[in-house]
Design a binder for this molecule. Structure first.
Ligand SMILES: Cc1cc2nc3c(=O)[nH]c(=O)nc-3n(C[C@H](O)[C@H](O)[C@H](O)COP(=O)(O)O)c2cc1C
Length: 303
């Protein structure tokens, strides 16, 4: 009997649905699947209030852990052949609950020397978060063998508008009845079951060297090259903002978070389009690098 553990944190349940669909084609009489949901001691709100949403930025970006409820002993007591780790991106970084788990002693116990497949469901900016994830897994002596990254496939700026409607309103519905539904589409959520087949084959043979290639063949990752530069630049600027905000307390912090909110709006609506135009203008001379980057960020390697 092969033992698989699915570890996850999802507020709306979108990621949970994706993971269950993947699991549906892995589970059979030879595979036992267990689930462990990460539970922070102090719950993050859903739907979000603006203050809490922006307030979560410094601790998320600086990867400062928050206390979690303990992992149940029946989960901790077993050795797993494979772990599937479902996470979402907050501020270009794995979310606070996932980061907190990966910095715990329990994560070390569960993940050491264990193959891990990461599954993310973000808006569309997940690439640098996955680089941080690769490092967190190495720190736990885990072996990243596969990655599935699902996103909102609508235009970047459309998804910015619709995600606010979803995260602040709590309902994954068409805003004003005319915008597309936010997040990963229902079709992509349902079709996630196809990723279970290559995972199951690798699990049963205990041979993971070709797993990521096989996952890529069924569309597990589509790197949007135009977003790589925005993600990298965003990380540079976020480092400065996070270092500044973490030192502020009380009312001062509240005031600076408002400035940060306006900076974010400015970055999304003005800087990101400029970065996109530069990407288009330099596409031909940069073609080879773009292809190299695409291959690297689709892989499970860490530079
Ligand atoms: C505080 C916060 C920050 C987020 N930042 C990003 C981000 O930087 N990039 C991205 O693609 N999605 C971002 N998202 C969207 C999430 O990755 C995710 O898709 C969404 O919150 C739904 O996740 P759920 O399964 O927990 O409901 C953010 C969400 C929240 C709540």
């Amino acid at each position: 009997m092969k033992e698989v553990l699915i570890i996850y944190y999802s507020q709306s349940g979108q990621l949970t649905d994706i993971l269950k669909n993947i699991a549906s084609t892995i589970s059979d009489e030879k595979v036992n699947i267990s689930y462990y949901e990460i539970v922070p001691k102090k719950k993050f709100p859903f739907p979000w209030e603006q203050e809490e949403f922006y307030g979560a930025f410094p601790e998320t970006f600086l990867q400062i852990p928050t206390p979690l409820e303990s992992v149940p002993s029946e989960i901790l007591g077993k050795k797993y052949d494979l772990v599937i780790l479902g996470y979402t991106t907050w501020y270009l970084t794995p979310s606070i609950p996932i980061n907190s788990f990966l910095k715990s002693a329990e994560a070390k116990a569960l993940l050491a020397n264990t193959p891990v497949v990461t599954v993310s469901a973000s808006r569309n900016m997940w690439i640098m978060a996955q680089e941080k994830m690769k490092k967190l897994l190495i720190a736990n002596s885990a072996k990243l063998v596969g990655n599935i990254a699902l996103v909102d496939r609508n235009l970047n700026h459309i998804s910015v508008i619709t995600i606010v409607h979803w995260l602040m309103g709590g309902k994954k519905t068409k805003m004003l009845g005319i915008f597309p539904k936010p997040g990963v589409s229902d079709k992509d959520i349902d079709a996630a079951s196809r990723f279970g087949n290559p995972i199951k084959a690798a699990l049963l043979q205990n041979e993971y060297s070709k797993l990521q290639d096989n996952l890529l063949e069924v569309g597990a990752v589509k790197v949007d090259s135009s977003l790589i530069a925005t993600d990298i630049r965003g990380n540079i600027v976020f480092t400065k903002w996070a270092d500044l905000l973490i030192k502020k307390e009380g009312e001062e912090r509240g005031k600076w978070l408002v400035y940060f909110k306006y900076y974010l709006l400015f970055a999304i609506w003005l800087i990101a389009p400029i970065v996109f135009i530069v990407f288009l203008l330099t596409y031909l001379p940069m073609y080879r690098k773009i292809q190299r980057d695409k291959a690297y960020y689709s892989s499970v390697e860490l530079k």
